[in-house]
Write a protein of this length. Structure first.
Length: 496
């Protein structure tokens, strides 16, 4: 069968192959598009690996700031007199504010590049992070979490940046590792902020100590934002602005890319599916510590440390999902990527149900939590093993919409299952698990004409060039706007 294997050679006038050619201007071997063919984790070589490390570190920082309030709810709710509805509304606000930002960030990256997108969000959100220390009412708390949540749109720039810096052969594990290490911030903040609070509370009263704790993520925003702006690079060959001025890059037509993205049904399927993995992770980051604190009568620091287990699985699990996607593609093409995504995410739903059923045992709850989280992160990695192949021209827009689908999924699950007293948290977990399994079935509908789908074969007529360069008019092709799509088609082509 045909599929995306990454094993085929890319041949160009300069003799590149996707096994990588070592050029003097790059520290790593590159392909015909000057994308790195290796992921050298311990390297900070510019531009590829510096972009990789900046991308995950920026995303990590926004996760720390967005969910810094979650483990402190037991203290904050007493300070500013919040009830369960106030807490639920603020949790939803933290993940809904970034839905529009993620869609916009996709267009922004396509037009201005990921570096400016990162810097704009990191520095723009910093005042809201510092502002959390001044809130005195439930509405002030909600507004602060709403604006801080905008920072999660850095995910789009993160995935866009990885996709333009690394060869399709390793795009699954690269995207997964960058996003996974970024998501790790959601686990780190569960014990980092309570630990800071406990340390500060030794010299300050409780209702002042939690406020000081927010200065750490605020300072991280400023540091990383400036680092990305002044040291990183948009593309392997340079900055967006310079490439446009020198004529090496044709100015993209954002409206065309946006229209083509929203007309591609595959994107909408992945939007729905991603809401049931990344969206679920965001929901769990909001509720896990409070659930352990209330359900098992744990201390705040202990609940935060145990609750961090959910986020800490990002250290490896999302990368495993991307690796599984890449490995499945070597044998079964795009069909393998889709099957990995469906299987892993369905198992995620099953473990979510099991965690809800384990409400009377802390040990079983933690076991279920670790397994549940591992499948959640792996499903996220597998999702972005598929996303880069939906559209070359509209990559930023597609990444933005799919990322926004994650936030939308979180808002929906929180409103349905955790915002009121209608369901206990354990019952909400069981219902959310059933929802995950049901919604994930949409993955079965994805079909690429040149590769097929989970149950369907390729049409035998359409080529990779037909699919990816068909997004351009003949005039645009003559202007060279489709050159990158031709190169991408070659690197994505599978052998029979």
């Amino acid at each position: 069968m045909r599929g995306v294997t990454g094993k085929e050679q890319i041949v160009s006038g300069t003799g590149f192959t996707n096994e990588g050619e070592q050029l003097s201007q790059f520290a790593l071997p590159v392909d015909a598009e000057h994308k790195s063919t290796v992921l050298a984790i311990i390297s900070f070589a510019r531009p590829h690996m510096l972009a990789f490390h900046c991308s995950w570190l920026g995303f990590f920082t926004t996760f720390v700031s967005t969910f810094a309030a979650a483990p402190m709810i037991p203290v904050i709710r007493n300070d500013i007199d919040m009830d369960i509805v106030d807490i639920g509304n603020a949790g939803v606000a933290a993940v809904t504010g970034t839905i529009f930002c993620r869609v916009s960030m996709g267009v922004f990256c396509d037009t201005f590049g990921p570096r400016w997108g990162y810097a704009f969000l990191m520095l723009g959100v910093a005042p809201a992070v510092f502002g959390m220390a001044t809130v005195t009412t439930p509405i002030g708390f909600l507004v602060s979490r709403f604006f801080i949540g905008w920072g999660l749109a850095t995910f789009v720039a993160c995935q866009f940046w990885s996709s333009v810096m690394f060869n399709p052969k390793i795009v699954g594990i690269t995207n997964a590792t960058a996003a996974g290490w970024g998501n790790l911030g959601g686990g780190v903040t569960q014990f980092l902020i309570p630990a800071m609070y406990e340390a500060i509370a030794k010299t300050k009263v409780d209702f002042t100590a939690w406020r000081y704790a927010f200065f750490l993520p605020g300072c991280m925003h400023i540091f990383v934002g400036l680092m990305v702006l002044f040291f990183a690079q948009d593309l392997p060959d340079g900055q967006y602005s310079k490439l446009k001025k020198t004529g090496q890059m044709v100015k993209p037509k954002g409206s065309v890319a946006f229209y083509q993205a929203i007309m591609n049904y595959r994107m909408w399927v992945l939007v729905a599916s991603y809401g049931m993995c990344f969206g679920v992770e965001l929901t769990m980051n909001n509720i896990i510590v409070t659930y352990l604190f209330d359900q098992f009568n744990l201390g705040l620091t202990t609940a935060g440390l145990l609750g961090s287990l959910f986020g800490m699985m990002n250290l490896f699990a999302r990368s495993v999902g991307g690796f599984m996607s890449d490995e499945a593609a070597k044998r079964y093409g795009m069909r393998g990527r889709l099957w990995v995504l469906w299987i892993v995410q369905t198992l995620e739903g099953g473990m979510c149900i099991f965690m809800g059923l384990s409400k009377d045992s802390l040990a079983w709850t933690l076991f279920a939590c670790v397994c549940f989280s591992s499948f959640v992160q792996a499903a996220e990695g597998a999702s972005y093993g598929v996303v880069p192949f939906v559209s070359k021209r509209s990559l930023g827009v597609v990444s933005g919409f799919v990322g926004a689908g994650g936030n939308a999924g979180s808002a929906i699950t929180q409103v349905l299952f955790f915002k009121s007293t209608k369901y206990s948290t354990s019952e909400g977990l069981q219902l959310m698990g059933l929802m995950i399994i049901a919604v994930t079935m949409v993955v079965h509908t994805i079909h690429f004409p040149m590769w097929g789908g989970m149950w369907t074969k390729a049409d035998g007529v359409t080529t990779e060039e037909d699919y990816y360069t068909g997004a351009y008019t003949e005039e645009e092709k003559a202007q060279g706007m489709a050159d990158a799509a031709y190169k991408f088609s070659a690197s994505a082509r599978a052998s029979e």
